[in-house]
Design a protein around this ligand. Structure first.
Ligand SMILES: [Zn+2]
Length: 239
């Protein structure tokens, strides 16, 4: 037991150092250049919805704080010539099975299921592609595969949004595993750590609610680690 605790605490120490040393990458030099041009780059925003960022039972200040950074990254990418902006977003029926775990959220047609206004205010928002999803997965029973199939030249996909350990993890892993299964080592998936986050639900609050607690910082870090472990390019930020 003591040995196990020692190894776990050594790992957590290592992970803290790893997070502290995550490199800052350059949008131009590390993403657009190696892709072979901005037309081979896509930005994919996962669940940047009112219901997770600002209003409703699952909204979270941690997640709300990434919105300005994502808006800024979208603007810079557009200025650099990127034109593929994909939004995958929860849009649930009123009786979604997922509500057993997370409670009702982002029901189709409600304000919670709307894209955050900051993203919609971008002058190129009309060019966004919106893919609605009904689970944590951006790929399961959605248009994602056909969207990707129609763009065989894509070489770099930058994934941003929420939550790091839930829908972002699922999306980035899907894209990485899809490329792996296709034998495609030219595709790189980037996750800038400052443009993803997850929510906090402290133990005391969770026990009052009868829900599972959720430590935002620990699960954010573990998920960044897990994506990097599997070949996703996790960076501190994309400048
Ligand atoms: Zn959902």
């Amino acid at each position: 037991m003591a040995v196990a605790e020692q190894t776990t605490s050594a790992f957590l120490d290592w992970m803290e150092r790893w997070i502290a040393r995550l490199p800052v990458a350059s949008l131009q030099e590390d993403v657009i250049g190696p892709a072979g041009g901005p037309e081979r780059v896509a930005l994919m925003s996962v669940d940047l919805l009112v219901g997770f960022c600002s209003e409703g039972p699952l909204s979270s200040p941690r997640v709300g704080a990434i919105v300005p950074r994502i808006v800024e990254l979208f603007s810079r990418a557009h200025a650099a010539g990127v034109r593929q902006f994909l939004l995958t977003q929860d849009s649930h029926p009123a009786d979604a099975p997922e509500f057993r775990e997370f409670g009702p959220h982002c029901v189709t047609g409600t304000r919670e299921a709307e894209t955050v206004p900051e993203l919609l205010a971008l002058p190129f928002a009309r060019d966004f592609t919106l893919i609605r999803k009904r689970s944590l997965s951006s790929a399961e029973s959605t248009e994602l595969s056909s969207w990707l199939d129609a763009r065989p030249d894509l070489r770099r996909i930058v994934v941003v949004g929420d939550c790091t350990d839930l829908c972002v993890y699922q999306a980035a892993m899907h894209l990485r595993l899809r490329a792996n299964a296709a034998g495609d080592s030219a595709i790189e998936i980037f996750v800038p750590a400052d443009c993803v986050d997850t929510y906090d639900l402290p133990v005391a609050s969770a026990e009052r609610l009868g829900a599972m607690p959720h430590d935002g910082e620990l699960l954010h870090r573990l998920s960044l680690y897990h994506m990097a472990l599997n070949g996703v390019r996790v960076v501190r930020s994309l400048r």
